[in-house]
Write a protein that binds this ligand. Structure first.
Ligand code: ZN
Length: 413
């Protein structure tokens, strides 16, 4: 650890332990923002803490977003720092009881609330490398919420440090804590004009040194098959069962390739997420992902072709394919501002780490913000095994992330 990271470690840990105890689980399919009232419990606390630290223009807006700003060198551009307060709907976030394991010995960690949940270094290669670190885990009954409360804690600790040390030259900083990132509503209501940053960084990544500037392109496709339902007693030659045609369609999807369970790195996929309906009408919902936009269009084309084949099988059926854009690979925007990545590289090096450029097999708030004109790569937080009861975070890595933020603000000054 650098002296700066060592100085920030206790503050980051204390904040993480305080924030994860607050249940902020978001909910999919809710039209209001925030999707759950309880996210505001953390938003309110963060507003109060930002005020206590002494940031300017601190406010909590009607959607649960918390803003604050810290003035800095006038010649430098304002940089945004963003993290989300909500946790995944996948695993409960009620009653999180974080456990701190000092000086990890490299062995299996049994969690005391549910001893069937074990962190086994043989299964978790990242954990294997953390011998000697102080680790934070769950008690085995909930997720931890380091995604993204580690990011929140790191931003808070970094701005508190800069405020405490007015002698450290740094760029002006704009902080925003968002809601509903886990249910794809994240950053939608971020008021870019009032935010006032030229570019931003989300603190929502994982392994130390990681800088992510590439996401998937993403679309949703709904294939609706309409059959013809009749009384089954007199159905001969009449009935066209939409369920059977939908099953044919699903069976025709590629399996050994183009599926999340058989692809990695830069390979895209089509993935059925939901099937619903009856004999008269059945819908299959799919998501389509690829880092390459042209390839994603090909995958959508494949789905149209397979859907058309179903219809050819029984021309009395009708098949309808609707495509909806979800988000774009943010590299398209970020690559036009290489200095945003270069500054992150330099900041990471200053905390004694090697920058690692990884691609995201998913989206981030940054993808949506980049599409709206605010280039926003994603930085590491030091957490791991997100959205699970085996989620854990390293105090040393979180401290390095907080130090990276401070260094980033200095690089830009
Ligand atoms: Zn996250």
């Amino acid at each position: 650890m650098t002296p700066l990271a060592a100085e920030l470690a206790d503050d980051v840990l204390e904040r993480l332990l305080r924030y994860v105890r607050i249940d902020t689980q978001s909910k999919a399919g809710v039209a209001t923002s925030p999707s759950t009232e309880k996210q505001l419990d953390l938003s309110r606390l963060l507003r109060d803490e930002l005020e206590e630290i002494g940031l300017d223009d601190v406010r909590l807006d009607e959607h649960g977003y918390v803003y604050g700003s810290l003035e800095g060198a006038e010649s430098a551009p304002a940089i945004g720092l963003i993290a989300h307060v909500d946790t995944s709907p996948d695993v409960t976030g009620t009653g999180v009881d974080p456990q701190v394991h000092r000086g990890y010995d490299g062995g299996r960690i049994e969690l005391r609330g549910d001893t069937s949940v074990v962190l086994d270094p043989e299964e978790l290669p990242l954990l294997k490398g953390k011998v000697g670190h102080d680790l934070v885990t769950t008690d085995g009954t909930t997720l931890l919420g380091a995604d993204d409360k580690a990011g929140v804690a790191e931003i808070m600790a970094a701005v508190a440090y800069l405020k405490r040390n007015p002698g450290v030259p740094h760029a002006p900083i704009r902080v925003c804590f968002t809601v509903d990132e886990e249910v794809a509503g994240g950053a939608e209501h971020l008021d870019l004009e009032r935010f006032g940053a030229k570019f931003a960084y989300t603190l929502d990544g994982a392994a130390p040194g990681e800088i992510e500037a590439e996401t998937f392109n993403a679309a949703k496709v709904v294939v609706t098959i309409r059959g013809r339902s009749t009384h089954t007693g007199t159905a001969k030659g009449q009935l066209v069962n939409a369920i059977k045609l939908a099953a044919d369609f699903v069976a025709s999807l590629p399996r050994d390739s183009l599926s999340p369970e058989t692809t990695e790195e830069r390979e895209g996929f089509v993935h059925p997420t939901k099937i619903s309906g009856g004999a008269e009408e059945t819908s299959v919902e799919l998501i389509v992902r690829d880092h390459d936009l042209a390839k994603m269009a090909e995958h959508v084309e494949l789905l149209r072709r397979l859907a058309a084949e179903v219809r050819e099988r029984d021309p009395r059926a009708s098949v309808d394919v609707v495509e909806e854009d979800q988000y774009r690979n943010m590299y398209e925007v970020i690559s036009r501002h290489p200095e945003v990545i270069e500054a992150a590289d330099e900041a990471v090096r200053r905390v004694g780490l090697e920058p690692v450029h990884t691609i995201i097999r998913g989206g981030t708030d940054g993808a949506r913000l980049s599409a709206r004109g605010l280039p926003t790569p994603n930085l590491f937080t030091g957490g791991s095994e997100y959205h699970s009861r085996r989620e854990w975070a390293s105090v040393q890595d979180m401290a390095a992330a907080a130090a990276t933020i401070v260094e980033l603000a200095r690089v830009w000054a």
